[in-house]
Design a protein around this ligand. Structure first.
Ligand code: ADP
Ligand code: MG
Length: 240
């Protein structure tokens, strides 16, 4: 099967320093792949390159078998069918929940109403249409952000530590709910995290990164049970 997203030998230098080195991976539709690694290892830079807001020094990005970024091709961010979620949910404070969810949709309010209703139902927020972000809990805001990111039916969802701003008690519940919404939508997900527990809980596949490189890749149990070296073992050791 053609991967939904494929990165081929991505390299990125800032001022002569290599922060992403020869990174290759692929994500299938409906699959969650985690970029896992400590702060500064190049996770966010990789996501920004895929989103098209930063450009690789070399390497290629393919979506559904089509080259979208390489030496002679550079599809702009808005043409990439990519949804984004970050740690701060960045809802528009002056817009209602329904207006936030509809933000990325073309068409009239009336046209969009059924889609907005369907998305709010999927994230468990039916009836929240007319509320404003300041009236919502952190977890509710996060779910609105998920609905907003899914609204234009992106092929790929890029998530950069989306749960780290949430209360500890809520985090696992919201992780599970987010995962089931994304699986149902069939979106290919690339999730960035520095938390092994989060990667173990959410990923079908984990790419363990260190110093801009993938040092080990496989399903969560492979990485947990057969870490590639002592450093990888230590990284996973506080999970039980
Ligand atoms: P992570 O998300 O894994 O914490 P980042 O991708 O944010 O790591 O950063 C990787 C490295 O690249 C870090 O050393 C960071 O300081 C550096 N870096 C990121 N963006 C820039 C930039 N715009 N200019 C220079 N260096 C950068
Ligand atoms: Mg980061």
């Amino acid at each position: 099967m053609t991967p939904r997203l494929e990165l081929k030998n991505i390299c990125k230098e800032f001022a002569g320093r290599q922060v992403v080195s020869d990174l290759s991976l692929s994500v299938a539709p409906g699959q969650v792949t985690c970029l896992l690694g400590p702060s500064g290892c190049g996770k966010s830079t990789t996501l920004r390159i895929i989103a098209g807001v930063e450009h690789q020094t070399s390497g290629e990005i393919w979506v559904d078998g089509k080259l979208i970024s390489g030496d002679d091709v550079r599809v702009p961010p808005e043409g990439r069918s990519i949804g984004l979620m970050f740690q701060d949910f960045a809802l528009f404070p002056h817009l209602s929940v329904a207006q936030n969810v509809a933000f990325g949709l073309t068409g009239s309010k009336a046209d969009n109403t059924p889609r907005v209703g369907e998305l709010l139902e999927r994230v468990g927020l039916s009836g929240f249409d007319d509320k404003y972000p300041h009236e919502l809990s952190g977890g509710e805001q996060q779910r609105v952000a998920l609905a907003r990111a899914l609204a234009p039916r992106p092929k790929i969802m890029l998530m950069d530590e989306p749960f780290s701003g949430l209360d500890d008690r809520l985090r696992d519940g919201i992780r599970d709910q987010t995962l089931s919404v994304l699986k149902e939508a069939g979106t290919a997900v690339l999730l960035v995290t520095h938390e092994p527990h989060e990667a173990m809980r959410m990923a079908d596949e984990i790419a363990l990164m260190r110093g801009g490189r993938i040092v080990q890749q496989g399903n969560p149990y492979n990485l947990y049970n057969a870490p590639v070296d002592k450093e990888a073992a230590a990284f996973f050791s506080d999970i039980n």
